[in-house]
Structures are given as C-alpha cells and as structure tokens.
Design a protein around this ligand. Structure first.
Ligand code: TLP
Length: 344
C-alpha cells in the first residue's frame, strides 16, 4: 500500500544528489574547525542570511537552545509568543538548562504578537523583576498555520527591541518557505534578527542539521555552548554535504509544496465534516478541524492510517498536514479521496 506521509516535512529523505555529495565529500575534524565541507556550508548560510558567521548544529531545537543560551543568562527573561515552537515543543530546555524564563505574549492568528503587547511585557528597572533580554519570533509560524511573517513586522519588532536594548532571535526553521511565499530575498526576513536559526532537514530535505547565523562574536560563543551541550561533532561533512545541496538545489521547489498545500486545502473545502480556513494556507502547512461527524478522533486517524494517509493529531479535533518533497499532485488527490472516504 502506498503511504502518503503528511505528518511533517521532517520526514523527507535525502535526494540522490545529496547521497552522491555525501559520498564524495571532503572531511576533517569540525571541533578543530577543520571540516572543509562544514566550513563551506557555514559560509554559504551566513552569506544567504546576511550575517557574519554561522554554525551547524544537530537540530532546530538545538539551534534555538544555543541561541537563547548565548543571548541570556540564568534568571533572564525572554518575550515569546504563546504558540511559539520554542515555548511549546522544545521540552522547556531554555528553563531546564539555562534558567531562562519565558514571558509569553498572545500570538495573533497571523503568527505575530502585537507590538503593544510586547512593549507591555518588557520589564522595567525594578529590583523585583527578572531582566528582559530577548524577543523571539518564528517564521513561518508553525502553530499559526505555517503563516509567513513579513519583513515589515520583523523590522518593527527590531526597532522596538532596539529602543529597549533587547536582542531579537528568529526561529526560522522554515524561513525559506516564508521567503518563497512572500517572494522576497531571505535577507529581508533575517535583517531584523540578531540571530536566526533555520533547518536543513525540513522542506529542504537534508537528512540532518540546522544552522545558526549571527555576528562573528555570537557564533564564537555559540561554538562553546554547542560543545558544552555535547553538540561538538567531528567529521560533520557527512551532514554538511547534504546541507550544501539543500541550499543550492532545494529552495526553488518549495513553491511546489505550497501549491500542493493549497490544492489539498481547496479540495478539503468540498468535504463535509472537515473545515479548513483557506485564508491561512500560505505555505506548506494545512490545519483543519474535524466537525461532529459521529467519528472519534481516534476512529478518524485509524481510518486514514488503514488507507495509508498519515497526519498529525493536535488534540481538540484539530489536525495538521504538511506537504513536502515526497508528496506529488497525485498523492494530494489520493489523500483527498481517502479523507472523503474516512468521514463519509
Ligand atoms: N517542528 C516539528 C515538530 O517538532 C512539531 C514539526 O514537525 O513541525 N522550530 C520550528 C518552527 C519547528 O517547526 C521545529 C520542528 C523546530 C523548531 C525544531 O526542529 P527539530 O525538529 O530539528 O529540533
């Protein structure tokens, strides 16, 4: 049976070009800064995001954690959306490992936080308060329907942060999806952030890896923190070789994933029992709601699984599907038939 795996773009497997690049890569010990392939990937990433330097890390979670640990000391506070991946899905690492306090602000449906809400959350100079250090943004915003956040918004947060002497960190796990959807260069979306982390292992289809980009000084400190977390790896060219192919060859095709997500969402509007807000489907993520069809959530999931469709159940009758390199137009149409069948 054909499996249509729509759980996430993290399920993508390396392309043939990536496998070949891994096979032919040059290697060295990256803890000594001597892996030529990793050095090349890091230079490319820094240049693409308009930053001075970059560092390869094992995952998006590690990229965000290291960035927060560089920005903040123990007892410091960050301002972060209440739907942010860092707050929601990263195991509370910032607090467990860094003693950092998340001060949450409501995420609007479009993934932004109101500037006035951010400003209200910034601590004044009072002996009772923790120090606010950082504002965290996410682009695209995973739990807000994968919506891309504009450069105007990011710039306005940067301006606000500047007035209070705060840093801005951007969780740009899917920043290339945002750039593709908005039709802007990546640097427009990263210029408002002091540090940005993005993932090679999602829509870009590399098997492993994320990259933090920032100033030279910040990245030098990130290298120390990465080592402390056990993330100092050795012949990382094996990861970086696929990452280079990801950055060179896989960005342009993200638009196909967006077209597929749109096709999926439009198709779902014709299936009674499922609701999707078309307005919000702008990149490769589709959230939908299972209405009262007499089916339990588990029944619904089981029916889909039986027929080969995998998706993510978020609770409260909410589900998520993500399109990616492994999903074709035919897969989308087949998934729609299976969804129709499951609720029918
Ligand atoms: N997100 C995963 C799951 O954790 C939910 C997914 O399938 O979408 N930032 C954002 C915005 C992310 O969506 C993710 C992964 C990460 C960071 C963490 O990346 P990894 O999984 O590499 O640690």
């Amino acid at each position: 049976m054909k499996v249509i795996d729509l759980r996430s773009d993290t399920v993508t497997v390396p392309t043939q070009a990536m496998r070949e690049a891994i096979y032919h890569a040059d290697f060295g010990d990256d803890v000594y800064g001597e892996d030529p392939t990793t050095n090349r990937l890091e230079e490319m990433a820094a240049e693409m995001t308009g930053k001075e330097a970059a560092i390869l890390v094992s995952s998006g979670t590690m990229g965000n954690l290291i960035s927060l640990l560089v920005h903040c000391g123990r007892g410091d506070e960050i301002i972060i959306g209440d739907q942010a991946h860092i707050f929601y899905y990263e195991v509370g690492g910032m607090s467990a490992l860094g003693g950092i306090i998340p001060h949450t602000v409501t995420n609007q449906r479009d993934g932004t936080m109101r500037l006035e809400d951010i400003e209200t959350a910034i601590r004044g100079d009072n002996i009772h308060y923790p120090r606010t250090r950082l504002i965290c943004l996410e682009n695209t915003h995973n739990r807000c329907n994968g919506i891309p956040i504009t450069m105007e918004y990011t710039d306005s947060v940067k301006e606000l942060a500047g007035r209070y002497g705060l840093g801005v960190h951007l969780d740009g796990a899917r920043i290339f999806n945002a750039a593709a959807a908005l039709g802007v260069p990546i640097t427009d979306l990263t210029r408002g952030a002091d540090s940005v982390s993005f993932c090679l292992s999602k829509g870009l289809s590399a098997p492993v890896g994320s990259i933090i980009c920032s100033s030279r000084e910040f990245i030098a400190e990130a290298r120390r923190v990465r080592k402390a977390l056990g993330g100092g790896m050795r012949q990382t060219g094996i990861i970086a070789a696929a990452g280079i192919v990801a950055l060179e060859e896989m960005k342009e095709r993200l638009t196909d994933d967006h077209i597929h997500a749109r096709r999926l969402a439009v198709g779902m509007t014709g299936i009674s029992g499922l609701t999707v807000d078309l307005e919000t489907v702008r990149t490769n993520i589709v959230f939908f709601h299972l209405e009262d069809t007499g089916l339990t959530e588990d029944d619904f999931m089981a029916r889909l699984e039986e027929r080969g469709v995998k998706l993510l159940h978020l609770g409260s009758f909410q589900f998520r599907m993500v399109t990616h390199h492994g999903i074709t137009t035919q897969d989308v149409d087949l998934a729609l038939d299976i969804l129709r069948d499951a609720v029918g």
